[in-house]
Design a protein around this ligand. Structure first.
Ligand code: THU
Length: 141
């Protein structure tokens, strides 16, 4: 699948967005190395903080279908003037499964920029970070 095809899948998902509060639809398309694509949209909530972003929707769909590795690229498409880079919470969640993921950030006119997740989240905290603990363990720390 080409980058442009992946971007088209992300843009199409904007129509599924539930955005009565921000009116800012975002679509995402997560490509696996075997060609499978998991899509997502943002889903907002009256308790605003319970909102889930489009890219996290796509990721949890993938993980819940048994995919925890082998991710190749992620397109995130908004309709704004700025490129739709993932928010901090999404960067962290993606880092767990794909620290080197190629990310395509798309803006409303269809133009896009590319970056790796490791560029967007340098020195990230991931599964390996938890293995570096030293000393005695107690219930308190
Ligand atoms: N949003 C995403 O879905 N992905 C991003 O990368 C940026 C922000 C959503 C969250 C919220 O529904 C709306 O955009 C405005 O923040």
């Amino acid at each position: 699948m080409t980058d442009q095809e992946l971007i088209t899948r992300a843009v199409q998902m904007q129509d599924r967005s539930y955005v009565p509060y921000s009116h800012f639809p975002v679509g995402a398309a997560l490509l696996c190395e075997d060609g499978t694509v998991f899509t997502g949209c943002n889903v907002e909530n009256a308790a605003y903080g319970s909102t889930i972003c489009a890219e996290r929707t796509a990721l949890v769909k993938a993980v819940s279908e048994g995919r925890t590795s082998g991710f190749a690229a992620l397109a995130i498409a908004g309709r704004g003037e700025d490129f739709c880079w993932p928010c901090g919470a999404c960067r962290q969640m993606l880092y767990e499964f794909a620290p080197g993921l190629r990310i395509l950030a798309v803006r409303g006119d269809g133009a896009y920029r590319q970056a790796s997740l490791s560029e967007l989240l340098p020195s990230g905290f991931g599964p390996a970070s938890l293995k570096k603990q030293r000393g005695e363990k107690s219930n308190r720390v």
